[in-house]
Design a protein around this ligand. Structure first.
Ligand SMILES: Nc1ncnc2c1ncn2[C@@H]1O[C@H](COP(=O)(O)OP(=O)(O)O)[C@@H](O)[C@H]1O
Ligand SMILES: [Mg+2]
Length: 229
C-alpha cells in the first residue's frame, strides 16, 4: 500500500474577486522510503500540494489518502493527532520558537505528545548531535546561523519518527553550500532510516539530490520521473 495517495486533487482559492486554480487534478502515489522533490516555478502549486499532503488544508475536489485513511473523513481531533504523530514539517523560514533554545525547540513536539521530560531531553540532545549541532544545544535561534536553524528544524521534524517529512523549500534562505549540506543530511537520514521525505524546490542543485522528481507547472504535474542514484 502506498504511504500517500493523491487522487485527482484540485485546489481552488477564492481571493474575494476571482478563483485561483492552484492545483488542477493531481495524481501522485508515494511509497515509504522515497526521497521526492516537488519542483516548479513560483506559483506552480508546490506549497499548496505539501499543505494538502500534510493535512494543513483540504482539497476542493479529489482525495488525499494517508496511511490508508481518507483525510476528508477524519474528525478534526483525529486529523490533528495524525499531524502531530505522522508528519514532520520543515518550512522555508525555519519557524523555530524564538524564546526556546535549540534543545527545547527540538523537544517541543514531544512535549505536545506528552513524552516524559527526561526522554524528551535525551532524544532532543541525541538528534541535535546527529545533525552536527551537539555544541550549540543551549543557543536560541537568533544566535544560530540560517543553516544551523534549518538543521534544528530538521531535527525537530524527525525526532518524533513521523511517517513522512514535508519540507517546503527548505534551502530557499540558505547559500548554496549550506543548502547542499542540508540536503546531504536529509538524504543520509532517508537512507539510514528509510524515512520518507517530500521537499519542494525550484533550485536545480537541490533537485539533483532527489531520487524522484515531480515537476509542477500551473497546478499540473508535467513530469514524474525516478532518477538513477
Ligand atoms: N491563500 C491563498 N489565496 C489565494 N490564492 C492563493 C493562496 N495560496 C496560494 N495561492 C495561489 O495559488 C497558486 C499556487 O500557489 P503556491 O502553492 O503557493 O505555489 P508555489 O509554492 O509553487 O509558489 C498561486 O497562483 C498563488 O498565488
Ligand atoms: Mg511555495
Amino acid at each position: 500500500m502506498a504511504l500517500i495517495e493523491v487522487h485527482a486533487a484540485t485546489k481552488d482559492y477564492w481571493d474575494g474577486k476571482t478563483v485561483v486554480h492552484a492545483l488542477q487534478g493531481i495524481d501522485l502515489a508515494v511509497e515509504p522510503g522515497e526521497f521526492i522533490a516537488i519542483a516548479g516555478p513560483s506559483g506552480s502549486g508546490k506549497t499548496t500540494l505539501l499543505n494538502l499532503v500534510g493535512g494543513l488544508d483540504d482539497v476542493t475536489y479529489g482525495q488525499l489518502i494517508l496511511g490508508g485513511q481518507d483525510l476528508a473523513t477524519l474528525r478534526p481531533n483525529t486529523l490533528s493527532q495524525l499531524r502531530l504523530y505522522d508528519i514532520g514539517f520543515i518550512f522555508q523560514a525555519y519557524n523555530l520558537i524564538p524564546v526556546l533554545n535549540a534543545e527545547e525547540n527540538v523537544a517541543f513536539t514531544m512535549l505536545l505528545q506528552e513524552v516524559p521530560v527526561h526522554e524528551r531531553k535525551r532524544r532532543a540532545i541525541d538528534m541535535l548531535q546527529r545533525v552536527g549541532l551537539g555544541d550549540v544545544i543551549h543557543r536560541k535561534p537568533a544566535a544560530l546561523s540560517g543553516g544551523q536553524q534549518q538543521r534544528v528544524a530538521v531535527a525537530r521534524a524527525i525526532v518524533t519518527h513521523p511517517k513522512v517529512v514535508l519540507a517546503d523549500e527548505p534551502t530557499a534562505n540558505l547559500d548554496s553550500e549550506t543548502g547542499a549540506r542540508l540536503l546531504e543530511m536529509m538524504k543520509q537520514l532517508n537512507e539510514e532510516e528509510q524515512k520518507t521525505f517530500i521537499f519542494s524546490t525550484y533550485d536545480p542543485m537541490v533537485m539533483e539530490y532527489a531520487q524522484r522528481l515531480v515537476l509542477l507547472k500551473d497546478g499540473c504535474i508535467i513530469s514524474d520521473e525516478k532518477r538513477a542514484s
